[in-house]
Design a protein around this ligand. Structure first.
Ligand code: NAP
Length: 267
């Protein structure tokens, strides 16, 4: 298809690389231009692998507006819509505009240190805030600027709706339909004793509220992990977590149904 430039990202497995060369040949035969290098500057991004490969691609491209489709090469594949053997059907549907774009929300955090450094991190699945391994962490949590709790435990995770089926679910958080725009705050091993009082279940926030996290002054090392990418900080003064204005436009076939996918993958 003239003027349609396609960029194909893949993970490092032999199967994914083989699928990439097979798809590249098919696309070129149909008249598409396929970038020889990884490039985010395209009309369509194809990502071959599992959800991990999908997350890596959207981070490499800094949450592109470009429509993106995932080809699943044998992984769990929550984001990965198409099996390699269904690729011909995908191309026909793509050319006929017979698909929908699922607009996925993201979560961001701003970390301010006592030296005044300000850093931002964005996640499609989630952002976790934890301390040093094997140590509990203590921080004051506010919602919309109002103090809510003094948290003690391993940390907290703030999931998007799309990320609710990932780490959030393993922690006992709820599965959320991605059409709902909200943030889910799920505790990691919260302490709830006479010494410490923390929420023991997830709480759900509307996406216009900001969660404030102020570590106790004795906390000298804090880790922020966005979609599995960990960054360590010292002397953290404050962390703010909120919905981000970045979105991911995921291509779905017209027969895609979130709850069928949940049933297929989890039950
Ligand atoms: P990984 O530890 O190699 O894989 C984590 C697993 O989570 C993979 O099976 C992956 O699917 C699946 N996954 C990713 N996003 C998902 C989603 N939105 N819904 C359902 N399942 C999903 O790490 P990775 O591949 O780099 O992925 C990073 C993600 O791992 C993080 O964002 C976090 O959510 C998740 N994680 C989970 C746990 C846990 O459950 N205990 C612990 C740490 C991190 P594929 O097989 O298709 O790749």
């Amino acid at each position: 298809m003239e003027n349609t430039i396609i960029s194909i990202f893949t993970n490092e497995t032999e199967l994914s690389k083989d699928v990439k060369s097979m798809l590249t040949k098919k696309l070129i035969n149909r008249g598409y231009t396929v970038m020889s290098e990884y490039s985010c500057d395209a009309s369509l991004i194809i990502c071959i692998g599992g959800d991990g490969a999908f997350l890596e691609t959207i981070h490499k491209c800094d949450f592109p507006d470009t429509p993106i489709v995932g080809i699943n090469t044998g992984h769990l594949g929550f984001f990965q819509e198409v099996l390699p053997e269904d690729f011909d059907k995908f191309i026909v549907d793509y050319e006929n505009n017979d698909y929908t774009l699922q607009k996925l929300s993201t979560v961001m955090c701003t970390v301010t240190t006592s030296e005044g450094t300000v850093n931002r991190h964005t996640g499609l699945n989630e952002i976790t805030i934890t301390g040093r391994k094997s140590y509990s962490i203590h921080f004051d949590i506010s919602i919309g600027g109002k103090p809510i709790e003094k948290f003690s435990g391993d940390g907290i995770l703030v999931a998007t709706s799309a990320g609710s089926t990932a780490y959030n679910y393993s922690l006992g958080g709820s599965i959320v339909d991605p059409r709902l725009e909200l943030l889910q705050v799920t505790p990691l091993a919260p302490m709830n004793t006479t010494a410490y009082r923390s929420f023991t279940s997830s709480i759900l926030l509307p996406d216009d509220l900001t969660l404030g996290v102020i570590p106790e002054s004795s906390e000298n090392r804090i880790y922020i992990t966005n979609d599995g990418i960990e960054t360590g900080y010292s002397n953290v003064k404050e962390i703010e977590v909120s919905a981000s204005d970045k979105h991911v436009n995921l291509i779905r076939f017209n027969d895609y149904d979130f709850w069928n996918k949940v049933k297929d993958k989890f039950l």
